[in-house]
Design a binder for this molecule. Structure first.
Ligand code: LLP
Length: 403
């Protein structure tokens, strides 16, 4: 049992706490599910990019899926071997591409024909053959929230099959490109297996047709997306997920790369926030807490549900309340019409499943410093990011009047 009260006293609130042992268990479960094949679990750094978290996955043998050169640098700093680092994303700058090529990472995931031409030009300047993969958009509806659905032609991600083919042919004929991978990722928080299998079949067929053109793909990158239970969602079992993917790869000698984020980190994380006060506007009850949308954006942005528990307070006498933060936006809430007992000043609430896309999506809106982050490892708590101070917030601002 996590002692939230003690943690809140020691580190103050709002506070992110991550159970590193839970992350390890999730990692091992997924890795084990793919044991029938060569595989790399490339942790999606965007889900939780604290260096200590990335380092934890590095120690477990994980690779890294990165979407900016900043994330690539984090992966290196954390000790992830370069041959397990992937760089994806729809818009990479020349500087980012150059650095990724120079750093000799496993491959760059290309998301457009234009990007392929940029990579070729930069690799030519460097007199190198850049390893690449192409992100295929298989036009499959993943049946998740539209903001985190990525595998439909209406989404900005990847390229259609025909463009992908053209890109591979161009790469094969270029001295400065080495096509070694293929990638798809149809969305996040997926709870249905069928769309994933359908996408995998389409992409595996493309690998087979590339073989007939003597283009040998070595890495089959299935993206991330495995859903987790926030409320009562029935999720896909890692073993079934792996079996279903592997069944589409018959007769292919290929290494599977998986890019899990949420599955590894979401349910390892807890966001502790303190009650400031209660108020009622006519009949409507509000519980106002010290955490806000700038700390944890998911409810405001996606209307996402997070379970919220009350620390050390038993009561059967509950009524509905909106749990809201101090930020000046009506969209600043963690939950609406949530059943809660009467709350007092300094009572603690814990927002669960906050380990993925929690801190990483935090901002300084309203000049609020971002919260501290704490790791729980084998029952011990360790500060892994200190709370931002006001001085941190203004550190990069320059005085217009100063000469
Ligand atoms: N690979 C690619 C190419 C991705 O775009 C993503 C997530 C992942 C892997 C990791 O997906 P995961 O295993 O975590 O589902 N902020 C949103 C989620 C955005 C996901 C973006 N891409 C949220 O809070 O739900």
């Amino acid at each position: 049992m996590i002692n939230y009260k003690e943690l809140a006293q020691k580190y103050s609130t709002p506070l992110y706490v991550y159970d590193f042992d839970y992350m390890s268990a999730q990692y091992e479960k997924l890795k084990e599910a793919f044991r029938a094949r060569k595989s790399i679990m490339a942790f999606a750094v965007k889900s939780n990019s604290n260096l200590s978290v990335v380092k934890h996955f590095a120690d477990l043998g994980s690779g890294a899926d990165c979407v900016s050169i900043g994330e690539v640098r984090r992966a290196f700093l954390a000790g992830i071997p370069k041959y397990k680092i992937i760089f994806s994303g729809v818009g990479k700058s020349d500087d980012e591409l150059r650095e990724a090529i120079e750093k000799d990472i496993l491959y760059i995931n290309l998301e457009s024909y234009a990007e392929l031409e940029r990579v070729e030009a930069i690799a030519k300047e460097l007199n190198i053959a850049a390893r690449i993969s192409v992100r295929v958009n298989p036009n499959i509806d993943p049946k998740t929230h539209p903001y985190i659905s990525t595998g439909l032609h209406g989404n900005k991600f990847g390229v259609d099959i025909n463009t992908a083919k053209r890109m591979y042919i161009k790469a094969k004929n270029s001295e400065n490109l080495d096509p070694i991978g293929i990638h798809f990722h149809i969305g996040s928080q997926l709870t249905e297996l069928d769309p994933i299998v359908e996408a995998s079949e389409i992409v595996a067929d493309l690998v087979r047709s590339l073989q007939t053109l003597e283009i040998e793909i070595k890495f089959f990158d299935i993206g991330g997306g495995l859903g987790i239970t926030y409320n009562d969602e029935v999720t896909i079992e890692p073993y079934e997920y792996a079996q279903a993917i592997l069944s589409t790869l018959t007769a292919l000698d290929i290494t599977v790369i998986c890019e899990p984020g949420r599955f590894l980190t979401a349910n390892a994380g807890y966001f502790i926030t303190k009650v400031l006060y209660e108020k009622e506007n006519n009949e409507k009850r509000f519980v106002i807490v010290d955490g806000a949308m700038n700390d944890l954006l998911r409810p405001s942005l996606y209307d996402a549900y997070h379970k919220i528990s009350v620390v050390d307070k038993e009561s059967s006498d509950v009524t509905k309340a909106d749990i809201v933060g101090p930020v000046c936006e009506s969209g600043d809430f963690f939950a609406k019409d949530y059943l809660l007992p009467k709350m007092e000043h300094n009572d603690l609430l814990v927002v669960e499943s906050a380990g993925a896309y929690g801190f990483t999506m935090a901002s300084n809106y309203n000049t609020r410093g971002r919260s501290a982050e704490v790791a729980l490892v084998g029952g011990e708590d360790r500060l892994i990011r200190r709370r931002e101070s006001f001085e941190d917030l203004i550190a990069n601002e320059l005085d217009l009047m100063e000469k």
